[in-house]
Design a binder for this molecule. Structure first.
Ligand code: SAH
Length: 504
């Protein structure tokens, strides 16, 4: 059998977006991914569903994996003709066992490629606003490991050289023996005043930064309980200009924010929270179930052109409608002369993706305002209006349009159902005081979420609640949940703005 190929790939330092395009391209084609503990698990989502995913986390777990086993595994999979991705934290060539793995491949006659990654040392500096080289004070950089192969009698670290070195020292795997390393550097003649900085969990929402002088940094890290993974930077560069701290100064930095929509909606919201420096904690409390297989729904969708107005109140309504039209061999032309109204920026943008510009969007994004403003905008009397929305949505919108004389068809093209979720982990995080905010974007997320966790539990643990608008707020109040903030504009961006406003 023809052997497969092995790719030794750097996954980047932590944030899943700091991986190369080449790496993603290869993960997408992998038959087998063998990954380390420091690899962000989010990256495994790039692998096809049939790909075998093997964790070889070395330090923790009941059975630590030894390097010999990893080597054998790589060779065994490649011999079976598989495309093997060996995914490692940071860069594969920096302080890892990649040289041994490459040697095993070479010895076994298995082809391999090495794909570099952003190493933790460079990422830690960048995400703290530290420039490792600077024309004024540092024209050299040293990468060094503070942890050495066990059993070595003499240290491989050249303390003499490091003590004299005038550039930036970037120390990996050093938190465990920071006190010893810094003491030796001072003993060898490095000034105790030399600036030092430690970056824990670099590039992740949990990033922490500790700064001191060489003689005090170990005690400071001890006091603040800094743990691996962390990078230590020693030298003038560690005395950073605080104005360069672009990451930790983001408005939502350090805040753990629970998002409670369906998987797709949460993915979109998560991205926006991350961009503001927050840590999105995804708890998919609802699922979207398509109802378009229903004959009555199909009949309506087959005759959309006979309506004067088509109304969408969510992007989900638009997506399910267009997916069904597509299955029927139809497209946006089914709308014919019908005018289209929708609520909210996400909904309007989604509609535009299918080639339709909304004819009417109310200035306030609620169903009540849609009914009120639409009837002011145009006479709806004897107009045929179809609502393509969630079957679970309150009937009020249909009723007020009917009252204004419209002939309304309220069609549930989808429904939202509580998802089968395991709240154990979230409950623990709330107990540990780690959760700052819970966010709600609709009445259905409110109902579904509080089936898992009680309002009392939230309030006793000091978790704050943010609501997208008056309708969700009303539902929260019914459940006796205190609402700490409500978005002025009832969109995801509005909700985000409310959270940012609260953290000022
Ligand atoms: N190949 C990796 C390094 C592996 S050694 C790379 O290029 O980054 C493991 C060490 O890397 C850790 O002990 C720590 O010093 C550093 N490290 C890895 N990820 C880190 C992170 N997100 N933040 C800080 N240090 C990190």
């Amino acid at each position: 059998m023809k052997y497969g190929k092995v790719y030794l790939i750097g996954a980047g330092p932590g944030d899943s977006r700091l991986i190369t395009l080449r790496a993603v391209e290869l993960i997408k084609k992998a038959d087998c991914v063998i990954y380390d503990g420091l690899v962000n698990p989010v990256l495994l989502r790039y692998a096809p569903s049939a790909t075998e995913l093997i964790s070889v986390r070395k330090r923790t777990g009941p059975k630590p994996v030894i390097q010999q086993t990893v080597n054998q595994l790589i060779i065994e999979k490649a011999r079976q003709g598989k495309t093997v991705v060996r995914l490692k934290g940071g860069d594969p060539g920096m302080f890892g066992r990649a040289p041994e793995e490459a040697k095993e491949c070479a010895d076994a006659g298995i082809a391999f490629e090495i794909i570099p990654g952003i190493t933790a040392g460079l990422a830690a500096a960048a995400y703290c606003g530290i420039f490792l080289t600077d024309r004024d004070h540092s024209s050299q950089v040293i990468f060094v490991t503070g942890h050495e192969a066990p059993g070595k009698e003499q240290s491989n670290i050249d303390f003499d050289l490091l003590a004299k070195f005038t550039g930036s020292i970037v120390l990996y795997m050093g938190v465990g023996n920071l006190a010893e390393v810094t003491a030796r550097l001072i003993e060898y003649g490095k000034s105790p005043d030399t600036p030092a900085a430690v970056v824990e969990n670099a590039t992740l929402p949990a990033q922490r930064f500790v700064q001191s002088s060489l003689d005090k940094i170990a005690a400071e890290c001890e006091r603040r309980q800094v743990r691996a993974p962390a990078i230590i930077i020693i030298g003038q560069a560690a005395q950073r200009d605080t104005r360069f701290d672009w990451f930790m100064s983001k408005p939502l930095f350090g805040q753990n924010i629970v998002i409670t929509r369906d998987g797709r909606g949460n993915a979109l919201f998560a991205e926006k929270i991350l961009a503001q420096g927050g840590n999105p904690i995804q708890f998919d409390s609802i699922e979207i179930r398509d109802l378009t297989a229903d004959e009555k729904v199909q009949a309506v969708l087959a005759n959309l052109g006979c309506f004067d107005w088509i109304i969408f109140t969510s992007a989900n309504g638009i997506r399910t409608t267009f997916q069904t039209l597509d299955k029927m061999g139809k497209d946006a032309r089914s709308f014919a002369q019908a005018k289209v109204a929708c609520i909210g920026a996400e909904t309007t943008a989604c509609l535009a993706q299918f080639g339709i510009k909304a004819d009417f969007v109310p200035t306030v994004y609620t169903s009540d305002q849609l009914a009120e403003q639409l009837t002011r905008h145009t006479s709806v009397e004897n107009r045929k209006i179809v609502l393509l929305r969630s079957a679970a949505a309150p009937k009020k919108l249909a009723d007020s349009l009917t009252k204004s004389g419209a002939i309304v068809e309220d069609v549930g093209v989808y429904t939202v159902e509580p998802s089968q979720n395991e709240p154990k982990r979230l409950i623990e995080q709330i107990k540990e005081g780690k959760i700052g905010w819970l966010t709600f974007t609709s009445t259905s997320t409110v109902k579904a979420f509080f089936d898992y966790i009680t309002p009392e539990f939230i309030s006793t643990h000091g978790v704050k609640v943010a609501s997208i608008g008056p309708v969700a707020t009303e539902e929260l109040k019914k459940l006796n949940v205190k609402v700490n903030t409500q978005a002025d504009i009832h969109t995801i961006d509005g909700l985000l703005a409310a959270l940012i406003g609260e953290s000022k």
